[in-house]
Design a protein around this ligand. Structure first.
Ligand code: 5GP
Ligand code: ZN
Length: 138
């Protein structure tokens, strides 16, 4: 629990929300400003800032929640697709510093375009970057 965290306050019931899931260490509610209606946030109860602060031990119940809530969101909204997203750090658009996953229901032709893609300068540049990432993994 972090005193100045809006999601901790929502999870503790101090701020109202449209709750859709509450099991074990995972809580989910509807985003107040949805990309599409039914847009849900899946949030570990414990206050951790980003993906990198979450324990791998949480993986099973997190994936269970993402699948359960994701499927229910699709069913309830009649969506044909679902985007799962997570913003980590402000440079990636993270506004609330309590780790959370976005579940955004998608409809054919809804006009959303999430990513702008680019090309590498060369295959060499791409391979060099892959090598650096592999080295960082160790
Ligand atoms: P982020 O940019 O940090 O990944 O996303 C934070 C999300 O939380 C935003 O999509 C925003 O609309 C949502 N949000 C912020 N404050 C509240 C709130 O008080 N209630 C609800 N339900 N959602 C919120
Ligand atoms: Zn928090």
């Amino acid at each position: 629990m972090s005193d100045d965290c809006i999601f901790c306050k929502i999870i503790e019931g101090k701020i109202p929300c449209a709750k859709v899931y509450d099991a074990g260490g995972i809580f989910a509610f509807l985003d107040i400003a949805p990309v599409n209606k039914g847009h849900a946030l899946v949030v570990p109860r414990a206050h951790h800032a980003t993906l990198f602060d979450l324990s791998p031990d949480m993986g099973r119940e997190l994936l269970t929640a993402l699948k359960t809530v994701g499927q229910a969101v699709m069913q309830a909204t009649g969506a044909a697709g679902l985007n799962v997203g997570m913003n980590n750090y402000e440079a990636a658009g993270q506004l609330v510093h309590h780790a959370h996953f976005h579940l955004v229901p998608r409809h054919a032709g809804d006009g959303l375009s999430l990513w702008t893609q680019h090309a590498y300068e060369s295959t060499e540049e791409m391979q060099k970057l892959a090598k650096a990432i592999k080295a960082a993994i160790g």
